[in-house]
Structures are given as structure tokens and as C-alpha cells.
Design a protein around this ligand. Sequence first.
Ligand SMILES: Nc1ncnc2c1ncn2[C@@H]1O[C@H](COP(=O)(O)OP(=O)(O)O)[C@@H](O)[C@H]1O
Ligand SMILES: [Mg+2]
Length: 287
Amino acid sequence: MTVLEAKNLSYEYSVGTPFQVTAIKNINLTVEKGEMLAIIGHTGSGKSTLIQHFNALFQPTEGQIFLNGKDINESKESAHAARFKVGLCFQYPEYQLFESTVYKDIAFGPSNMGLSDAEIDARVRRAAAFTGIRDDMLEKSPFDLSGGEKRRVAIAGVMAMEPEVLIMDEPAAGLDPRGRKTILELIKNYRETTGSTVIIVSHSMEDVASVADRIVVLNKGTVALSGSVDEVFSHADELVEMGLNIPQITKIFAELKKSGYDLNTSVYTSEQAKNEILRYLQKGGNA
Ligand SMILES: Nc1ncnc2c1ncn2[C@@H]1O[C@H](COP(=O)(O)OP(=O)(O)O)[C@@H](O)[C@H]1O
Ligand SMILES: [Mg+2]
């Protein structure tokens, strides 16, 4: 079942000025209920512009956004409702923390939803658990936490709104490999536990390969590729041309294929690489 849909969506910044830019052009895509969709693309490809349409922060220059089949920009009420149904976590969300305690920061979103104090408290605690924020951290100032912890608090704030669709813009950006892994795992865990629809935006194929069900690749404001992780990875050369980093192992398989080895090139983990080499050798390929 489709939960979100972009139909012929275009957006231009600074219309009618010398700085007019077409950021996205004629985008069509659907998001299915319960899936983890990755939107990837090089810097400037239009990812952030696109996702800010999904909760009505941006109004399309052309086209429409449908949430559960209804145009979200149909009325003020539907646009307002979309803000809560579609939770958007911006890039570097830790810069938006401002409350005196971690608890209050996580509670900020749900406090604006007209919920009871008990319900807000339950949501804060659930979101804290998802993001690995321990109870003793809730009464601390967010400014006393490490960078990775602040990021998790900010993510918890959006999760606490319990949106139907959670969108994360570059959730792992700027973190070290361990921090990146932690964030990606908690998103995966949140999605598996709640069954929510999740959209993860990234410029890193490597980051999304392990968590996404499906990938949409943006290039210069349009959809260049879309499909399962395997399908998209089988276009390694095109991905590199679009300025995307592909895992080292995928590069090696693409080169081997070019040199005449009949290998499946949609390989992005060492386990897959091992299996593909064994398969190749077993069917009598050249070692
Ligand atoms: N506030 C803005 N004003 C004018 N142009 C912008 C603004 N934000 C983004 N753009 C332009 O829109 C295009 C898409 O940007 P963006 O959606 O931020 O891409 P991404 O998130 O993939 O890096 C780029 O050409 C960018 O320069
Ligand atoms: Mg961006």
C-alpha cells in the first residue's frame, strides 16, 4: 500500500530573481507502507529539497504530494496535519537542541500535539530507549553530551512524535565509523520494532546498502535510478559517474567484469563477494 507519493513534482528556489534555480524537476515516486526507502544522490542533487515537500514545509512549484491518497496541500489543515504524520529529522539536528534538559528536548515535539502528560512521558521514554539514551541522561543538559549523543537526542525528539513516516536527512553525516554504525542500527531497530515507514537520505551508498529495502537515486534534480539495493548496485559505473561513492568491493567486481570475468556485479559486502566468487569458480570459471 502506498503511503506517500510525489507526482510530477518540481521546485524552484528564488523564482523571479536572477538567482532562480530548479532544484528538483518532474519527480515521480511512491513510498510503500512499512518500507525503508533510501534516497541517495550527490550533494546538490535535490534530496533535501524533495523531502521537505513530504511534510508540507515546502509548497511545490509544480506537482503534488499525496499522503494516504490525499493531496497534503489541499488545505491549511491538511498541510498542518502532515507536519505530525510525517516526521522530518534535519541534517545535523543536534544544532536545533535548545531546552535545558534532554527530557524537555525529546518532549518538545509531542508537547505540541495536544497529548496528555502521561502520553508525552511514555513517548519520551520509548524514544529514549530506541536511541540508547539512558534514564540518567534525561535530566542532563543536552549541551553536556557528546556529539553522537546529541544527535541521538535530536532523533529521539522526532521519533517521540511517533510519525507514520519518519524521514531522516543524512542521519550519519559527520560521525566517525562507529557513530555511523550506531545510528544506522538504531534506525533499523526502530523500523523493525514499530513497523513504521522510514525514509533515509544519504550521499553514501555504503551507509544505506545495509539498511534499505529500496533505493531511489537522484541526479541533478531528477530520479536517475530506482529499484532494490541489488538492482541499483548493478549500475556501478553510472553511480560513479553521478559522483557517488560505491563500496570498494563493488568497484573491484565492476573492474573484474570489465576484464571479462562473468560475475554478478551487485556485490557490496565481503560475504556476498565470497559467495559470488565461489559460485563463479564452481561453475568452472577462470580463477
Ligand atoms: N535555500 C536555497 N536557495 C537557493 N538554492 C538552493 C537553496 N537550497 C538548495 N538550493 C539549490 O538547490 C539544489 C538542490 O539542493 P539540495 O536539495 O540541498 O540538495 P542535496 O540535499 O541533495 O544536497 C542545489 O543546486 C542547491 O544549490
Ligand atoms: Mg541535503
